[in-house]
Write a protein that binds this ligand. Structure first.
Ligand SMILES: [Zn+2]
Ligand SMILES: [Zn+2]
Length: 163
């Protein structure tokens, strides 16, 4: 959606509130099975001494799959939005979002902020123990009884002792 910013564009100190629901089409990540409920974004475009900034937050409820153990888990995710906006054609700042005329593609901005903030690794918990490489058991449920691999240096020693 294009947000018309004409009324705040040249008025330092002014602000314009926005409230959006994000379309999930672009927000497709391998570790995200689906979104539980709408992805809601809320905030305002603020004109600070002639410089525009989008501020606010995005809230999403995700059903994810753990990279390490494969378990499904829920994640409540809050993404802070604090993004600079520059006039159309002012593409010098890579980090900034450009206006289209006097309007801003607010959905594109919010989706991009959400994507950039996304974790590269999804773990059901920070100390997830993962799966046993031998028997495949989920080690979060307890040890599996497989013997850990013997350090090759000790294996040599064992052979020597056997003789
Ligand atoms: Zn896990
Ligand atoms: Zn095992």
């Amino acid at each position: 959606m294009l947000l018309d910013l004409r009324e705040i564009l040249d008025v330092p100190g002014s602000r314009l509130a926005f409230r959006r629901e994000l379309d999930t089409a672009r927000l497709d990540f391998p570790a995200v099975l689906r979104y539980l409920g709408p992805i809601s974004a809320e905030g305002e475009i603020v004109n600070t001494a002639g410089v525009l900034t989008a501020r606010g937050g995005i809230d999403a409820e995700l059903l994810c799959v753990c990279d390490r153990c494969g378990a499904e888990f829920r994640q409540s995710r809050h993404t802070d939005v604090d993004a600079p906006i520059v006039p159309a054609g002012d593409g010098e700042e890579d980090e900034a979002f450009c206006l289209t005329g006097d309007a801003l593609d607010i959905d594109d901005l919010l989706e991009t902020v959400f994507i950039l903030d996304m974790d590269t690794k999804f773990l059901c918990r920070s100390d997830c123990k993962g799966l046993c490489p031998k028997c495949g058991r989920n080690l979060n449920d307890g040890p599996c009884g497989c013997r850990p691999d013997i350090d090759p240096r000790f294996a040599v020693l064992e052979q020597l002792l056997d003789k």
